[in-house]
Design a binder for this molecule. Structure first.
Ligand SMILES: [Zn+2]
Ligand SMILES: [Zn+2]
Length: 288
């Protein structure tokens, strides 16, 4: 897959594609009537498939700032790194993040920070590499940064059953005993051009990366929204938003901010960068 790189002041952001699946609207947005999707399917044909499903990408982002090399999220993973999730959501197909990284000119060793927007099973897949019973950090020189509220929310057998399978023990819990995990609570500067800030609702500890360099801005927003339609329809509830009301308020605030600042925006389940534009009083996604 061709790489798309966006330059924001002195920062470079490259999309690294891990996987893609089609997920039906009735599963992802069960409260939204099918006909309500029609104008968005016409406007953004690449974002949907079959007239009844989202084309869900699993994207990660490589961010280069001030000599640092950061990775945002680690995707779905493969059959040994995240077996239950690859078998279910991924339809049994291994993700390709590591070969994408290599094609972009980098090795796993080059990553100094892995920033996890949240700890859902489809964002942590390549965290750990398993060789028999031996586990190691896939990005051996990286600190893994995540929000403590997500750690608390998911670090119990009950919560890891939300999706009907376990992922925590394979992908997230090992980070702690490998000694590579940094849990944070508040807004944190990763470099003077990159700040991660809480954007809760989808999960309690969801965070976004704010890129600010040379008078330009970009927001990498994880799962704050799930595709172009929700830029306009901020009240549409995504099935896996843990606190739908808070998720909707965060979505509205972040898109308003992105519009005001003319920021480039990116999320983890839609491919490529966009901007918020306004037409007839409504906000829309416009691909860059
Ligand atoms: Zn999520
Ligand atoms: Zn997700």
């Amino acid at each position: 897959m061709p790489h798309s790189t966006l330059t924001v002041g002195n920062v470079e952001i490259t999309v690294l594609h891990d996987a893609e699946v089609a997920l039906p609207f009735r599963r992802t947005f069960p409260d939204v009537p099918l006909e309500a999707w029609k104008p968005y399917i016409e406007r953004y044909p690449d974002a949907y498939s079959n007239g009844d499903s989202l084309r869900v990408h699993f994207e990660c982002y490589l961010v280069r700032s001030q000599g640092r090399t950061l990775l945002v999220d680690t995707g779905l993973g493969n059959a040994t790194s995240n077996p239950n999730v690859v078998a279910s959501i991924g339809g049994g197909i291994d993700g390709v993040l590591l070969s994408e990284l290599e094609a972009a000119g980098f090795q796993a060793e080059d990553i100094d920070t892995v920033f996890l927007t949240h700890l859902h099973p489809d964002h942590v897949g390549w965290n750990v590499t398993r060789n028999g019973s031996q586990e190691s950090a896939t990005f051996p020189n990286a600190r893994y940064v995540a929000n403590e509220s997500d750690w608390t929310a998911f670090d119990t057998p009950l919560d890891s059953e939300i999706f009907g399978y376990d992922w925590w023990a394979e992908t997230v819990a090992p980070l702690r005993h490998l000694g590579v995990l940094d849990l944070i609570n508040d807004e944190t500067e990763l470099t003077s051009e990159l700040t991660v800030t809480p954007t809760p609702g989808h999960t309690p500890g969801s965070m976004s990366m704010i890129v600010n360099s040379g008078g330009e801005r970009a927001f990498i927003m994880g799962d704050v929204f799930h595709g172009p339609a929700q830029v306009t329809e901020t009240d549409w509830v995504f099935h896996y938003d843990m606190d739908p009301e808070r998720a909707g308020a965060t979505r509205k605030d972040m898109l308003e901010w992105a519009e005001q600042d003319n920021a480039a925006i990116a999320i983890c389940h839609h491919s490529g960068f966009g901007r918020v534009i306004r037409e007839s009083g409504k906000r829309y996604w416009q691909a860059l």
